[in-house]
Ligand binder design. Structure first.
Ligand code: DX5
Ligand code: ZN
Length: 222
């Protein structure tokens, strides 16, 4: 049985109580924190920048998985790395020179992820998959937490898992958007190694048991 990782997305956390909420997910066995950076241009929502990432880095030892939903990410990558990011993921749609951007991330000694919107074909990663550490499959249109996952993305996860197995077996597959206890197992069986979950964790009264229940639900025997 493979060990699936759970990365809570703080997008749905109570920001007036962030330290406490991060401690709760840390204590309940989360493997990392997913940080959603939105610029109001690439996606219709604005969140936070490197200052907040730095503050989070000072209160947790969890892996910081920074998902850049911003235009011209290459202008800000270094700042997010200095702030403490361990993984930087960029969107294919925002990077005309994707190979160069991946190399730039890796040159700072952190892991490089690439992601694609639901409408972007899996094949758009074919030429860069061998250079990436992580492939993030968006299972909703990015911009907001709490959306319903797009079922057709299960097949896309399978396609990308096959590409990964063929061209870069050490890369990991992460899924993001609408992941919950009911669909976690299907995503794991399709190939996901990391589950990002925002609303299904932070909207619960008991955040710790939400993390534990998601882990239980994700157990697959494949
Ligand atoms: C969507 C973000 C996701 C989001 C996931 O734009 O990239 O990381 O926070 O949240 P849920 O799990 O609520 O869909
Ligand atoms: Zn995200």
């Amino acid at each position: 049985m493979k060990k699936v990782k759970i990365f809570p997305s703080i997008l749905s956390a109570d920001f007036s109580n962030l330290t406490k909420q991060i401690k709760l997910v840390e204590q309940s066995g989360a493997d990392g924190l997913h940080l959603d950076i939105m610029d109001g241009h690439f996606v219709p929502n604005i969140t936070f920048g490197p200052m907040v990432v730095q503050a989070i880095n000072s209160i947790t030892k969890l892996t910081l998985d920074t998902h850049l939903m911003i235009e011209k990410p290459e202008l800000y990558i270094e700042e997010f790395i200095k702030a403490g990011s361990d993984i930087i993921t960029v969107h294919v749609e925002t990077c005309p020179h994707l190979h160069r951007t991946i190399q730039m991330i890796k040159s700072h000694g952190v892991k490089a992820g690439v992601t694609l919107n639901p409408s972007t074909p899996a094949s758009s990663l074919r030429e860069v998959i061998k250079f990436t550490d992580l492939i993030l499959v968006m299972t909703v249109n990015p911009g907001f937490g709490g959306q319903k996952f797009i079922r057709a993305m299960l097949e896309k996860v399978e396609t990308l898992t096959r590409l990964r197995d063929n061209f870069n077996p050490s890369a990991v597959i992460e899924v993001d958007g609408g992941i919950n206890e009911r669909n976690a197992k299907s995503f794991v069986e399709s190939g996901a190694d990391i589950l990002v979950a925002g609303n299904s964790i932070f909207s619960q009264n008991n955040i710790s048991s939400a993390v534990r229940n998601l882990r239980k639900a994700s157990n697959s025997h494949k």
